[in-house]
Write a protein that binds this ligand. Sequence first.
Ligand SMILES: C[S@@+](CC[C@H](N)C(=O)[O-])C[C@H]1O[C@@H](n2cnc3c(N)ncnc32)[C@H](O)[C@@H]1O
Length: 282
Amino acid sequence: MDKNVQNAIEANIIVHSRMADEYNAKEPHFRPESIERVKGIVKSINLSTPITKALDLGCGTGFMINILKDYATEITGVDVTQAMLDKVDKTGNVDINLINSDTGTVALPADYFDIATAYTFLDHLYDMRPTFENTYKSLKNGGVFYADLSPSFYFWNAIKSLDFKRSYDSVLMREINAVLKKDEEIEKEFGIDKNIFAMAEHQKHNLGGLSEELLTKELQSVGFNKITFIYHWFVGQAELINNSELGIEQRKLVSHQMHEYLFRSMPLSRHLFKYIGFIAYK
Ligand SMILES: C[S@@+](CC[C@H](N)C(=O)[O-])C[C@H]1O[C@@H](n2cnc3c(N)ncnc32)[C@H](O)[C@@H]1O
């Protein structure tokens, strides 16, 4: 295995072994409104046959597995960190098969799954291509690959172009601090060296996030087609959603409306969303 790929895997095992115990409680994507959003996307995916067999790449503690339980009768989760896999809830009537492996080299059955998912995962890979190849082979013809919550290149690029010595409104300062201080916070909270953290999120820290251009090239090179992109979490959404001057329903409504207007303004507004995702078909 390539040394860089190996280093990224080892860094991920260190980072996620330390985070596993508190992962579900600390990560904002486990909040009910975030789960509802993802459930809505999965529900909207159009397949010619119902989802019965699902594959979740970089499954961690089972965020997607829990959502896929509503659809599939068999779910395979793949992850390199055993401490994360140990947290997966295997209860229910669904057959859950967990594999401790790198998604680029894992042996999977061919033409088998109806859906493959990768949630807040792709940026952790040193090279996405082997994982995309594996995913493509393991999907049935017409099967779908849904990936989401990866850092957007457009957003990070726009943030990096700001003058960090200046003072901006709290909406922007929050994002600037996330760029400048995230490593320090992780080091302080989990004792993870910032170089290890950067290696664990190679596509974000070293390559600046994922873009439509890169994803299209990588996905098409292994055979995927009908690619559509998803954008999530606009700049300032955290401040809006936590604004106690408004009732929760009003915050949700304003947030939803802002998202719709910005999304309709694509591609002009693309750099205002922090995360990129996609749906692609075999
Ligand atoms: C940010 S977590 C996301 C976990 C889960 N998908 C979620 O949404 O909560 C990233 C996960 O990817 C796993 N991971 C990183 N590199 C991997 C690789 N090459 N193969 C398989 N899993 C990997 C990590 O161990 C970690 O559990």
